[in-house]
Design a protein around this ligand. Structure first.
Ligand code: B12
Length: 210
């Protein structure tokens, strides 16, 4: 049986190779996947979030930790699905139409996954209809929109309007983010929440489902 604290350390230190190796060993030894996520990976990502907030960690460290966690999650996801574990909530995430920036969005998605959410990632340059389709098909309770260009920020408003038109706005909370987005803009377009970083996005999503 591997020393599981090493999984915590590997995620915290952004060491994907070790994270995957320990996960493989733990699974071979019969460890419950949920135990790995709840007791080691999520606490590690929580610590990553704290370090980011107090500026001990910056974006490169966040990306490395998210990558390490993703490596482990890729091994665990099929097992969780088979166990029928209930996620904390279901999030549909994407970068809005016309915008190809996806690094921040990927980071938010990974942190949400680390926080126990099921994340349906629609990618970048996502048309409003795609969000509507995913909300309907997956029964999502949160929609997360990212935009990095001032010229694509209006697509956030368009997407929220489209959710209303399609009659699904009431069943989801919408959160928005991305470098040019402000709390004022979020309020103006009728979003339910805004955060300027991936770690706070998890806190926001947890509030939505509490
Ligand atoms: C990398 C990059 C690119 C890459 C994108 C690669 C990729 N796969 O994402 C490439 C080279 C493709 C690119 C292209 C362009 N880019 Co560019 N790009 C950047 C750059 C340097 C970094 C963005 C980034 O990844 N930051 C790191 C991530 C981690 O930060 P983040 O995205 O802000 O995300 C964090 C938060 O905002 C928040 N967050 C993000 N999304 C969400 C969502 C939710 C729901 C929540 C709650 C939170 C949240 O959490 C994240 C993590 O903490 C920025 C400059 C900058 N400093 O921002 C310019 C920048 C965004 N780009 C810019 C421009 C102009 C372009 C181009 C138009 C250039 C051109 N002439 O072709 C094209 C547009 C292409 C398109 N249609 O989208 C401008 C935008 C200016 C403006 N005000 O509109 C910027 C600001 C550069 C500049 N100073 O001029 N770009």
């Amino acid at each position: 049986m591997p020393e599981l604290q090493k999984l915590y350390d590997a995620v915290l230190n952004g060491d994907q190779k070790t994270a995957i190796a320990i996960t493989e060993e733990a699974l071979a030894a019969g460890t419950n996947p949920m135990d790995l996520i709840t007791n080691y990976m999520v606490p590690a990502m929580d610590e990553v979030g704290k370090r980011f907030e107090c500026e001990d960690y910056f974006v490169p460290e966040l990306l490395l930790s998210a990558r390490a966690m993703k490596g482990s999650l890729n091994l665990l996801r099929p097992l969780l699905a088979a166990q029928g574990s209930q996620p904390v909530g279901r999030v549909v995430i994407g970068t809005v139409k016309g915008d190809l920036h996806d690094i921040g969005k990927n980071l938010v998605g990974s942190m949400l996954e680390g926080g126990g959410f099921e994340v349906i990632d629609l990618g970048a340059d996502v048309a409003p209809e795609k969000f509507i389709e995913a909300v309907r098909e997956k029964g999502a309770n949160i929609v997360a929109l990212s935009a990095l260009l001032t010229v694509t920020m209006p697509a956030m408003r368009t997407t929220i309007e489209a959710l209303k038109q399609a009659g699904v706005r009431e069943q989801v909370k919408v959160m928005v983010g991305g470098a040019p987005v402000t709390p004022q803009f979020a309020e103006e377009i009728g979003a339910d929440g805004y955060s300027d970083n991936a770690s706070a996005a998890v806190g926001l999503a947890r509030k939505f489902v509490a």
